[in-house]
Design a protein around this ligand. Structure first.
Ligand SMILES: NC(=O)c1ccc[n+]([C@@H]2O[C@H](COP(=O)([O-])OP(=O)(O)OC[C@H]3O[C@@H](n4cnc5c(N)ncnc54)[C@H](O)[C@@H]3O)[C@@H](O)[C@H]2O)c1
Length: 371
């Protein structure tokens, strides 16, 4: 198969769909990989590195879209990219269609076969292609909080771990899933006093075991959240209710009872955010202040560390991408995980939650649709 990798064009997106290491794997398996010139500049991999890995370099995106059987990207395609996709072509990337009717329309009109990283499942029902970015964002959230806590950035002026004789910062993590666990790991590593709040008791048990009692755990109730948040220096928002917008666990009113200069990091901002006062920010201007509380709400946190993120993403996507390259659409039909990732196929929406969220018709692929 001919695999195409266009340069990402979304603002401040420095990741790349295939790293040079991944290109080698596709080429070793007998596929051809076409990479747009400078596609890897954000991770420090120039055209020469890609050529050495076995890629063919294309002068522009049009050449990549026109000649590839499968396009591998990172972010959802932009309007100038929808129109270059065509029937029979596979698109393998993050899509987040449930909140994006315009892109959904564009993909339907293209006739392409769009597989969304974020809905691909593994044998345990997990989301293996979403997890690596949650790991990155969880770890970054504590770095972001540490910077925001500096006095000159509007924070209280606390060092996360304190020093001998001086108490550390209190870090409260709302949601103990992938983001929350990695945030807790970083916070513990820096010496913070850490508590994780989750509504799943089995998860709290696992965290208790995992951290050997070094992390406090609390069952999620309004009372517990108020108690923890009012005493916190840093609150990490890391909840997810799959398919829904994030619950607003910290209300605007609650900010008034928090310590001035405390920091809220809303990692769940891509699902609407779990603090009532959150709105999306960018790496250019990551924070803002309301009632003296610093908010950090960057919606594409992993984009800020593209070298780590591209590698982590490629580690996870490679086995699925290779299956698609070998089998084409047949691989989707044979692999339940890839089938769960299929969002749009030949002008129809094949992912139920996406169809429901957008109020559009759902066409299950088992329903006899032509491949
Ligand atoms: N901003 C970014 O750049 C970025 C990057 C990666 C992930 N994310 C987002 O971070 C969020 C978390 O992702 P994840 O992979 O950790 O999800 P996850 O499913 O692994 O974990 C979510 C956790 O939230 C818990 N939860 C749900 N409702 C709760 C409630 N009311 N109170 C307490 N806990 C509750 C669940 O029990 C679960 O343990 C998602 O919205 C994801 O899209 C954002």
């Amino acid at each position: 198969m001919r695999i195409g990798v266009p340069k990402e064009i979304k603002t401040h997106e420095y990741r790349v769909g295939l790293t040079p290491g991944a290109v080698r794997e596709y080429v070793a398996a007998g596929h051809t990989v076409v990479v747009e010139t400078n596609a890897g500049s954000g991770i420090g991999a120039d055209d020469g590195v890609y050529r050495k890995a076995g890629a063919v370099i294309a002068e522009n995106a049009a050449e990549v879209f026109a000649t590839a059987d499968m396009i591998v990207k990172v972010k959802e395609p932009q309007p100038s990219e929808w129109v270059q996709l065509r029937e029979g072509q596979i698109l393998f990337t993050y899509l987040h269609l449930a909140a994006d009717p315009a892109q959904t329309k564009g993909l339907i009109a293209s006739g392409c076969t769009a597989i969304a990283y974020e809905t691909v499942t593994d044998g345990k029902g997990g989301l293996p292609l979403l997890a690596p970015m949650s790991e990155v964002a969880g770890r970054m959230s504590i770095e972001a909080a540490a910077v925001a806590m500096r006095r000159y950035n509007g924070g209280r002026g606390l060092l996360i771990g304190g020093v001998p004789g001086v108490e550390p910062a209190r870090v409260v993590v709302l949601g103990g899933g992938v983001v929350g666990t990695h945030a807790a790991r970083m916070a513990v590593g820096l010496g913070a006093d850490v508590t994780v709040v989750d509504r799943a008791i089995p998860r709290l048990r696992e965290l208790d075991e995992m951290f050997g009692g070094r992390v406090g755990t609390r069952f999620s109730t309004i009372e517990a959240i108020e108690h923890e948040v009012f005493a916190a220096d840093v609150v990490i928002g890391a909840v997810l209710v799959p398919g829904h917008s994030a619950p607003k666990l910290v209300t605007a009113n609650m900010l008034k009872s928090m310590r001035r200069g405390s920091v809220l990091v809303d990692v769940a901002i891509d699902q609407g955010g779990c603090f009532e006062t959150s709105h999306p920010t960018t790496h250019d201007h990551p924070t803002y202040e309301i009632d003296g509380i610093v908010h950090y709400c960057v919606a594409n946190m992993p984009g800020g560390v593209p070298v780590t993120s591209s590698q982590a993403l490629n580690n996870a996507t490679l086995p699925y991408g290779l299956q698609l390259a070998h089998g084409g659409f047949a691989a989707v039909m044979e692999n339940a995980g890839l089938r769960a990732g299929l969002n749009v196929h030949r002008g129809r929406i094949t992912c139920k939650p996406v169809a429901e969220s957008l109020g559009l018709a759902y066409s299950p692929i088992e329903g006899g649709m032509a491949a």
